[in-house]
Design a protein around this ligand. Structure first.
Ligand SMILES: [Zn+2]
Length: 264
């Protein structure tokens, strides 16, 4: 009887030990689970407060591109270099421009030297490059616009369709960059003036390699027409200053995107 009691007590003792071990194991599992959840939570927080998602472009977020290219600081007196004139930003009514003759065209006097240096450098490299159009007044733009629109009306297009078609090729009066005197249309041998085959000429290749050195950018690149609102114009170049031109070229963006990065 005594042995049987002893055995029972020992059995209970073993049972208690087993229970204690089970409890320790359970606590360990709970602690490990808690630590794992905390780690996951921490990772989630890090990912949330990481690089903020901005406007995405072809090669990353706008902020990433800005950081990569290191946008130059633009002095107040140089802000004119990046003036944006497009379908959403008409040239201000009080806008004035100091013009100078450049060949048979007019340009803003602040870009004449660089434009001259660029065309002369191209010529020295055996590439013929001349300016066929520079500054245009709003009334001159209206004449060009109305003439193009009339050609669609003559073909039987409705008023609305004629407007839409014209807008694809001609900026509406007040929205043309040519009003600034900072934009030029270039021509060369071997290409029809103001036609896309300008892109097949040595002049286009030369500009692609050198325009930025003189502060000019291809203003309406093929892949940016949805942003610029203008179809590809490989002949249209815009002066933005050397440092801006180099940054824009490096980033592979258009002026609309650049201006947004500068001011935001
Ligand atoms: Zn043009």
């Amino acid at each position: 009887m005594l042995d049987s009691n002893l055995l029972q007590e020992k059995g209970q003792e073993e049972l208690c030990k087993l229970k204690r071990n089970n409890m320790r194991l359970s606590r360990l599992v709970i602690v490990l689970a808690f630590l794992s959840l905390s780690l996951l939570g921490l990772l989630a927080i890090i990912m949330t407060i990481g690089p903020k998602s901005g406007k995405t472009t072809e090669s990353g977020t706008a902020s990433e591109i800005a950081a990569a290219a290191d946008i130059p600081e633009i002095k107040k007196e140089d802000k004119w270099q990046i003036i944006l004139v497009n379908r959403d930003n008409a040239v201000p009514p009080d806008f004035t421009v100091d013009l100078i003759a450049f060949g048979s065209s007019l340009v803003d006097c602040r870009i004449a030297d660089q434009l001259s240096d660029m065309t002369e450098a191209a010529n020295k490299d055996g590439v013929m490059l001349t300016v066929c159009s520079g500054y245009r007044s709003v009334s001159q733009q209206r004449e060009i616009y109305d003439s193009k629109k009339q050609s669609y009306l003559n073909l039987g297009y409705s008023e609305e369709a004629s407007e839409i078609n014209t807008c694809q090729y001609i900026q509406s009066p007040g929205a043309s960059e040519h009003h600034t005197g900072l934009a030029v249309d270039l021509q060369t041998t071997g290409a029809v003036t103001l036609e896309e085959n300008f892109a097949d000429t040595p002049a286009y290749k030369w500009l692609d390699e050198h325009a930025e050195e003189y502060g000019f950018i291809e203003r309406y690149p093929k892949e940016k027409s949805d942003i610029t609102g203008v179809l590809w114009e490989p002949w249209h170049y815009r002066y933005v200053g050397v440092s801006n031109a180099k940054a824009i070229k490096t980033m592979g963006i258009c002026l609309e995107e650049y201006v947004e990065l500068v001011y935001n």
